[in-house]
Write a protein that binds this ligand. Structure first.
Ligand code: GTP
Length: 379
């Protein structure tokens, strides 16, 4: 007899780059109620960072890698759920009571929702039938960062789409904005979000009395209650998938895909702290919103065995957190960049100049390599 006796709720956690998905997830998993959660992290590319940093209590952690930054279509969520199911059945993994899937920050939620909503996509074989029998989509939680939220929603259609699919929208980083002007900005942002998606519950992550556990309580997720846009996107995704296709570039759904770039810079040598700070300073100042996301692990000369976790989101650099030890066998310093119309070459040259500590080279590069202010462009 199957060890999974009831349908297991699956909750999708989405939200734009750096909006606070992993932080929210980590907080949840560190609580007693979060313990029997299986987590699937859908990361882009070959150098996982979140996977190294997210720790699950007694639960299970899987990583799916998507070769495509802006969509989840290729990530085969059904396949990963089936692996989880088999692992429980064979006794390799203890039963869990819920699954949370964290998407990439540029993810289009439509393919994921289609894979998980009963009947939306044809079951291709035994595997899909097993998944449909044992798992059910029970919510889409979307994080929106109050610092970059407004500009992100204006400039990145993916972010608006993530909001439209949510049955819960979580406002993050509200702890950083306590003055009256910031509170007014938050109210305006909230109003915009309500217009985009009137059906979703809007929750302040740091609001008084907010219970983190309740953010991830399974609910009856009904795309039909989210409006015609959502139904249209789901239908379009189904049609494109049926043709064996891939939505971006075709329909304009991810029209930013062409200008988004991703690359990884690595270093076997620890940084002098002042040089590293200089690098981030120059980069953030010059590239600003073109720097959609930087995250990674780096070692400083003073403490090569205790790496720093680095986070920057557009113009905001967040405090680095020092770990007690490297989280995996990989002890290289590594920074993952996701950029908007910013090529790898100038950033790499800057990185290399900093690493060997050539401040004059940094200045020269800053001026010469096009890391100037973001050029205005036609909408
Ligand atoms: N003060 C504060 N910082 C936050 C909050 N949420 C996230 N951060 C910080 O914002 C940065 C990015 O947070 P992440 O949780 O990594 O964001 P993410 O959405 O998982 O990022 P990607 O997976 O790259 O899209 C980190 O430095 C976090 O510490 C919050 O509510 N308050």
């Amino acid at each position: 007899m199957s060890k999974i006796t009831q349908k297991i709720p699956v909750i999708v956690l989405t939200g734009f780059l750096g909006s606070g998905k992993s932080t929210l997830l980590q907080d949840l998993l560190s609580r007693e109620n979060g313990q029997d959660t299986a987590v699937i992290i859908n990361e882009f590319g070959e150098v996982p960072i979140d996977h190294d940093l997210v720790r699950v209590g007694r639960g299970e952690l899987m990583r799916t890698s998507t070769g495509c930054l802006c969509c989840t279509a290729g990530s085969d969520v059904r396949g990963t759920l089936y692996e989880l199911y088999e692992a429980v059945e064979s006794g390799d993994v203890a039963p869990f009571s819920r699954v949370i899937i964290e998407t990439t920050g540029l993810a289009d939620p439509a393919p994921l929702v289609n894979q998980l909503v009963a009947g939306a996509m044809p079951a291709m074989g035994l595997r899909d039938h097993v998944v449909a029998r044992h798992f059910v989509l029970a919510g889409v939680v979307t994080t929106v960062d109050i610092i970059t939220g407004e500009i992100t929603l204006e400039n990145h259609f993916e972010a608006a789409k993530q909001v439209a699919f949510a049955d819960r929208i979580v406002l993050t980083k509200t702890d950083l904005a306590q003055d009256p002007a910031s509170k007014r900005d938050i109210d305006l942002l909230a109003e915009g979000l309500r217009q985009l998606n009137p059906a979703a519950e809007l929750i302040d992550r740091h609001g008084e009395g907010v219970d983190l556990d309740s953010l991830f309580v399974p609910r009856n997720y009904q795309p039909a209650s989210l409006g015609e846009d959502v139904l249209g996107w789901l239908a379009m995704d189904q049609a494109v998938s049926a043709e064996g296709g891939h939505v971006h570039g075709k329909s304009g759904l991810s029209r930013h895909a062409a200008r988004v770039n991703s690359f990884v810079l690595t270093s076997d040598t620890p940084f002098a702290e002042a040089n590293y700070k200089r690098f981030m300073e120059v980069l953030v100042k010059a590239a600003g919103p073109r720097l959609l996301r930087v995250k990674g692990l780096i070692a400083l000369e003073d403490a090569p065995d205790r790496p720093l976790v680095i986070h920057a989101v557009q113009h905001a650099v967040f405090p680095a957190v020092q770990l007690e030890a490297w989280p995996s066998e990989d002890h290289r310093g590594r920074l993952v960049f996701i950029t908007d119309e910013l090529e790898e070459k100038p950033v790499r040259e800057l990185f290399e100049a900093v690493l060997v500590g050539r401040p004059s080279a940094m200045e020269r590069l800053r001026n010469a390599i096009g890391l100037g202010p973001k050029p205005t462009r036609d909408a």
